[in-house]
Design a protein around this ligand. Structure first.
Ligand code: ATP
Ligand code: MG
Length: 417
């Protein structure tokens, strides 16, 4: 039996990888202009980090984590998302003493044991940012505007922004009572997981993906209608800021997000054109998280964009990504002398920063030229004994078919033109 990639994982082949490199370049440009610096965190962490931060009543922790014991008997988990690791690093590295706010971004793989379908994988890529230290809605607006600008710069048009507020521990107390009251008569009809959530974290029921729970969750009371004064004001500030920047939004009272750490602002960017998995970006504020993980009380906010879904949206809209990899020049050879000559010439061309190829397969000139064509070489040259002796050759423009007699000494100068 051939060994294949594990379910829900994929190779990214050279014929696709330029798209990823293009997105990565756009990410680093965007983050530079918004003042975010890159952080790289480990692929696995102690399991406790995720149970504490993501929350032990969430789908991620209850159903989706890749958790294993290492040989020392420690429980480790492949990161299901990026925020927890970045928060751990913020605390561990004393970033609270850095100039505030601390602005970080990451571009990572993440791991969740999910039902694999279009746009839903077990290893996937997330670009995310986190901003620590600022509690007002200004930073919420900045973060959301960053996603909106990113989508604009990629030429993406059909994605909508939905916002909501899920309040703070202050508003949750009263609200939880209302939720318990609402769900009580339906308790027997909810899924097993939600039955236990009823006791521990009723808000989680609203985010359940089971059909039998969705029947009831759609009419459940919304947190947005039950905010305390401070949270109301914050939400007003968010809306004003978005309007100030001309960013269009919808208010969606049903957004809860799949992670426990969110407070106040939550948002999603959704495409209607790629099917059920249309959420390209999810984010929100998490003012209690750093304290919960053992740091000093510090507000924070962030988002994560799923890159597979982003690429799906781009493909769906027919957005072309430029392939930057043509070979500048192919040097075909006839005979051993020419081979040695070409070996040096190719080396010099590469030293100058151009891409050059020559035969490594001992093929006929005809086969070499066919190969040059497949590589998409812009120029080609054929070198034999005569060319070595005279130091002259015919330079062919492979795109136009045009040819020119040149002195080989001038080749690099010509490539620079
Ligand atoms: P969903 O509701 O689609 O399950 P989520 O709420 O679990 O998303 P987050 O944890 O907020 O998603 O992750 C942020 C983004 O990462 C999502 O908006 C999505 O684009 C992407 N994402 C999440 N899970 C997957 C997955 N299994 N495969 C591919 N992309 C994913
Ligand atoms: Mg999910």
């Amino acid at each position: 039996m051939l060994i294949q990639t594990p379910k829900g994982t994929k190779d990214i082949l050279p014929s696709e990888v330029y798209k990823w490199q293009y997105i990565e370049k756009k990410i680093s440009e965007l983050c530079k202009s918004f003042g975010y610096r890159e952080i790289r965190i480990p692929v696995f962490e102690y399991t406790e980090l995720f149970t504490r931060s993501v929350g032990d009543t969430t789908d991620i922790v209850q159903k989706e984590m890749y958790t294993f014991q290492d040989k020392g008997g420690r429980s480790l988990t492949l990161r299901p998302e990026g925020t927890a690791g970045v928060v751990r690093s913020y605390i561990e590295n004393g970033m609270a003493s850095w100039p505030m706010p601390v602005k970080l971004y990451y571009n990572i793989t993440a791991y969740r044991q999910e039902n694999v379908q279009k746009g839903r994988y077990r290893e996937f890529h997330q670009f995310g940012v986190e901003c620590f230290g600022s509690k007002g809605p200004l930073v919420d607006v900045e973060i959301i505007s960053m996603v909106s600008m990113f989508l604009d710069k990629l030429g993406i048009k059909d994605v909508e922004l939905n916002i909501n507020s899920i309040g703070c521990p202050n508003c949750r107390g009263e609200y939880n009572k209302k939720l318990l009251e609402y769900f009580k008569p339906h308790l027997d009809n909810l899924c097993g997981t939600c039955k236990s959530r009823y006791e521990r974290n009723p808000l989680r029921i609203i985010d359940c993906k089971e059909e039998k729970c969705k029947v009831y969750t759609k009419d459940a009371p919304a947190l947005l209608d039950n905010l305390c004064e401070e949270c109301k004001e914050h939400f007003e500030g968010l809306k004003e800021g978005l309007e100030n920047l001309g960013i269009k939004y919808n208010i969606d009272k049903t957004i809860v997000r799949g992670l426990d750490y969110y407070t106040k602002t939550v948002f999603e960017f959704v495409s209607k054109n790629i099917g059920a998995q249309g959420t390209v970006c999810g984010g929100g504020r998490y003012d209690g998280l750093i304290k919960e993980c053992g740091g000093t009380d510090t507000p924070g906010i962030g988002f994560a964009i799923g890159l597979e879904r982003l690429l799906m949206v781009m493909a769906g809209q027919g957005i072309e990504i430029p392939n930057p990899d043509p070979v500048d020049v192919y040097i075909a050879t006839i005979g051993e002398k020419a081979q040695k000559y070409a070996q040096k010439l190719v080396y010099r061309i590469r030293q100058e920063g151009f891409s050059a190829e020559t035969d490594l397969m001992d093929r006929s000139v005809k086969a070499q030229m066919k190969y040059a064509d497949k590589l998409g070489a812009v120029y080609s040259l054929v070198i034999g004994d005569n060319e070595v002796e005279s130091n002259k050759a015919v330079l062919k423009n492979m795109l136009t078919g045009e040819t020119k007699d040149i002195s080989l000494d001038t080749l690099i100068e010509r490539l620079k033109m």
